[in-house]
Write a protein that binds this ligand. Structure first.
Ligand code: URA
Length: 264
């Protein structure tokens, strides 16, 4: 394309003149940000929709509200209702259908804490009811722990796309997890996967280092503590069946601990 009033030969000759004069780049009048990559339209649409519905949550008042609601719950059932009423977790506004709190025996000896609800859990309102949950149940039954566990997660709303919950999302839900621990007073805790292990124990190590190592989970208030065992997540075991051997060793370690006469 040539500029109006300039034929090709004249344009080439003008460009050659400028090049010989040392001009080797052209700039428009307006700056152009070439570092900005335009996201595909679908990604833009999702981000726009998500931004529109993400509630603006003030972290410190949300945490204070979580603590207040959790402290007011005198039973695990009341705790479930308090969680359902809590509006301070940002995940709530990101497409989750409902709050997913717990499954299992409210008098259990073992508290199991997983990462967060997936698609099936979101639909059915109970933790670990999908494929990973079925594997967890099979392992618990084989280890003689069926009916002896109470199961929850570090967050109670499904993270979009099953992503790992962020530390901020886990932190605002932590008062409820701690209250579940305080109300249940389990003899042992099983932390399922890296996200739960790191959130509950505040550990920096990877799950391959943490798993199988008993630690003490002690609440700052209320004097509640219990021996706590990080293990591999059953969703990981479904992808890496070779790792089942290690998870099984952890399950047997948990069963043996419970069967020790002296408790903990
Ligand atoms: N994975 C988890 O960590 N928790 C669930 O409830 C389901 C899958």
């Amino acid at each position: 394309m040539t500029a109006p009033g300039l034929d090709t030969a004249s344009a080439e000759s003008l460009l050659a003149f400028w090049r010989d004069a040392g001009v080797d780049a052209c700039f428009g009048d307006a700056p152009v940000d070439r570092t900005h990559v335009e996201p595909p339209p679908a990604v833009k649409a999702v981000a726009k929709a998500t931004a529109a519905i993400t509630p603006v949550v003030d972290a410190s008042s949300a945490l204070a509200e979580a603590r207040r609601l959790a402290a007011g719950a005198e039973t695990l059932e009341a705790l479930g209702q308090a969680i359902a009423a809590f509006e301070g977790c940002a995940l709530r506004g990101l497409g989750a259908r409902q709050a997913v709190f717990s499954r299992g025996n409210p008098e259990a000896e073992v508290l199991i804490v997983g990462e967060g609800p997936g698609a099936e859990e979101d639909e059915r309102g109970q933790p670990f009811v999908g494929k990973a949950g079925k594997l967890l149940d099979r392992m618990l039954a084989e280890a003689g722990l069926e009916g002896r566990v109470f199961i929850t997660n570090t967050v109670f709303w499904r993270p979009p796309g099953n992503r790992t919950p962020t530390p901020a999302e886990q932190a605002v839900c932590a008062p409820f997890v701690e209250r579940a621990f305080a109300l249940l007073k389990p003899r042992a805790v099983l932390l399922v996967g890296a996200a739960a292990s790191k959130a509950v124990l505040g550990a920096d190590e990877g799950i391959m280092k943490l798993r199988g190592q008993w630690r003490e989970w002690r609440l700052a208030e209320g004097g509640v503590s219990a021996p706590t065992l990080p293990t591999l997540h059953p969703a990981f075991l479904l992808r890496q069946p070779m790792a089942k051997r290690q998870a099984w060793a952890d399950m047997l370690s948990l069963a043996a601990r419970l069967d020790q006469k002296a408790g903990h």
